[in-house]
Design a protein around this ligand. Sequence first.
Ligand code: SAM
Length: 276
Amino acid sequence: MEVWFTEDQTKDLRISVRVKEVLFSGQSPFQKVAVYDTVEFGRLLALDNIIQTNIRDEYVYHEMLTHVGLNTHPNPKKVLLIGGGDGGSVREIVKHDNVEKVVHVEIDQMVIDVAKKFFPELSVGFNDPRVEILVDDGVKHVKENKNTYDVIMVDSPDPIGPAVGLYGDDFYRNVHEALREDGLLVAQTESPHFNRDLIARVHATLKNIFPLVRMFWAVVPTYPGGAWTFTLASKKYDPLAVDMDKFPALKTKWYSPEIHRSAFVLPPYFQELVTG
Ligand code: SAM
């Protein structure tokens, strides 16, 4: 008998992947956590039936969320990662030798445990001595820590459940205050095809708080529509004014100095979301 996992990407659009084996299914205080071994994408993590990551395409998202910001800031010593309990972003952050401390705030212990057990390729960075994991709410953490971080990254799910607050105006204001005077934020900001109102609102809000706000994008096969946006909001440094010759040599599969630049080139249909 065939087993398929299906995500409702919108109320009228679904993605289905054929499942070899259900490896884990549990209910945390925050969400349903499931791990499937799939034919096309290998091991795949779903939260509340929404695909978060998988072995086959995870590198695109994790490399873009992390390296663009870390290469824009000239000295990102202290980094905060909110969400990202699968570990993929931590793995990429610790590739940067100039990072001295990574505070990783993930709200759900079950996601961390599942990542350690079923996604060793992603969670490998959890063992780096520079990483401190706090099982806590990122919304609360930025409220309580002022003038602390050089770079903050938001590796959040869609704006549902505990992640709603990670897209709120107050959250972005608190992120601004949690950053040092030349700090910057990078957040995943959903699909430029299916989440257009959200992206326009997030950009309008961030432009009221930060002097420089830019969208960049990449292609993630398992996310709705494939095209996926990220937003960089900066107090000082411009990702397009950095000296690419100074970038550290990183072992990556998607990100490169050329991609750093080209990811900010927006088709007019994406551009209109951020100029409105
Ligand atoms: N790459 C993914 C995506 O775009 O779908 C995000 C993956 S990562 C697994 C998202 C994590 O954010 C989840 O593990 C979830 O528990 C965590 N999260 C949700 N709300 C949070 C909050 N308020 N504070 C900290 N972590 C949160």
